[in-house]
Design a protein around this ligand. Structure first.
Ligand code: SF4
Length: 336
């Protein structure tokens, strides 16, 4: 008898990485982490705090460790359950960098130079570190090390995932064996959450975020002056919710009937943007209340968080070593 659908679904292995930016913000939460929580119920999920990626940009070495732990607290508080998924730190599994080196031998330089993120980041620097160029090879290694076949991604990461697929194809063709599956994207259905300034993606370094652990008054203080549809210069001007970041967040946080009501009120200038933001703030505060409560409990027990990360890394090192044994053999390295 063929296995049923739910059994087949569990056969998929998911990998996703999160930067150790410290504070988990509402953009991460709505765009990615809430989806991670749903996926752990259906699939085998590996969630990695990618500290080795973080050091390719200017950063403060003294705060990297604490930010990594803080991110772990945020992820667990948001609902990642160590009994249903593995949460770990990239640098605690050294095979990530070993595989990166191997994959670099089949990755064309031209593909790396074509990456939009490389062009953006290198344009802003006088001397470009090779780490920025090689970043997508490490991303490919993160995924392929676990032979993950599904990767939750935002639209902005699709190009990097396509490169990981290309690297897997080139590797398999070069050595004539299917070592790696080609990972498929699971694209988030949440619209792109912009920063509160409306200028760029929400990012802690740009100071345009709402933290998932912010107290209710801070949520409102940050949301109140945030950018909306620029066409609504006065209270009487009708707006277009489709171009408004507040509406995108309503779509992710408010009930469907509230979202429909917001759209009508916006288009008819039935209410002002502050009314609209107040409803959003109330829904956001209600959604985040249990997350804040769990985070306070975890922050009081950092040894518990470290233990979760250690367990996750131990399990992942086992999976990683099994792939690397195969990879070293395929490459033809002499056994020690
Ligand atoms: S009413 Fe709401 S959706 Fe419309 S522009 Fe203002 S904040 Fe945005």
């Amino acid at each position: 008898m063929p296995p049923d659908e739910s059994y087949l679904a569990r056969m998929h292995r998911i990998f996703s990485g999160v930067q150790p930016s410290g504070e988990l913000h509402i953009g991460n939460y709505l765009g990615a982490v809430r989806n991670f929580v749903a996926l752990q119920e259906q699939y085998e999920c590996l969630y990695c705090i990618v500290d080795l990626h973080a050091i390719t940009q200017p950063y403060d070495a003294a705060t990297l460790g604490p930010r990594t732990l803080e991110m772990a607290v945020g992820l667990l508080a948001a609902g990642l359950d160590p009994s249903r998924c593995s949460v770990f730190v990239q640098s605690h599994v050294p095979q990530h960098t070993e595989l990166m080196w191997m994959l670099g031998t089949v990755t064309p330089l031209g593909e790396l130079e074509r990456m939009t993120q490389f062009k953006d980041k290198s344009a802003r620097q006088e001397s470009v570190p090779a780490g920025i160029l090689n970043y997508p090879i490490l991303q490919a290694a993160d995924i392929l090390l676990y032979k993950a076949d599904r990767v939750p991604v935002g639209e902005d990461q699709l190009q990097h995932l396509e490169l990981a697929r290309e690297i897997a194809r080139r590797w398999n063709a070069r050595f004539g064996v299917v070592t790696f599956p080609e990972p498929q994207p699971i694209v988030s259905r949440t619209g792109r959450i912009m920063g509160l300034d409306g200028q760029a993606k929400m990012s802690k370094s740009l100071g345009n975020t709402i933290g998932v652990l912010d107290p209710p008054e801070a949520v409102w203080e940050k949301l109140r002056p945030s950018v909306t549809d620029p066409a609504r210069k006065t209270r009487k001007d009708p707006g277009n919710p489709e171009v408004c970041n507040i509406f995108t967040m309503h779509g992710a946080l408010s009930k469907p009937e509230q979202v429909a009501h917001v759209a009508v009120q916006c288009r008819t200038a039935g209410w002002g943007c502050l009314d609209c933001k107040r409803l959003l703030a109330d829904n956001m505060i209600a959604e985040l209340a249990p997350v804040r409560e769990r985070a306070a409990g975890l922050a009081a027990r950092p040894e518990r968080v470290r233990a979760v990360l250690a367990e996750g890394a131990e399990r992942c090192r086992g999976l990683a070593e099994s792939t690397m044994a195969e990879v070293r053999d395929v490459v033809g390295l002499a056994a020690p």
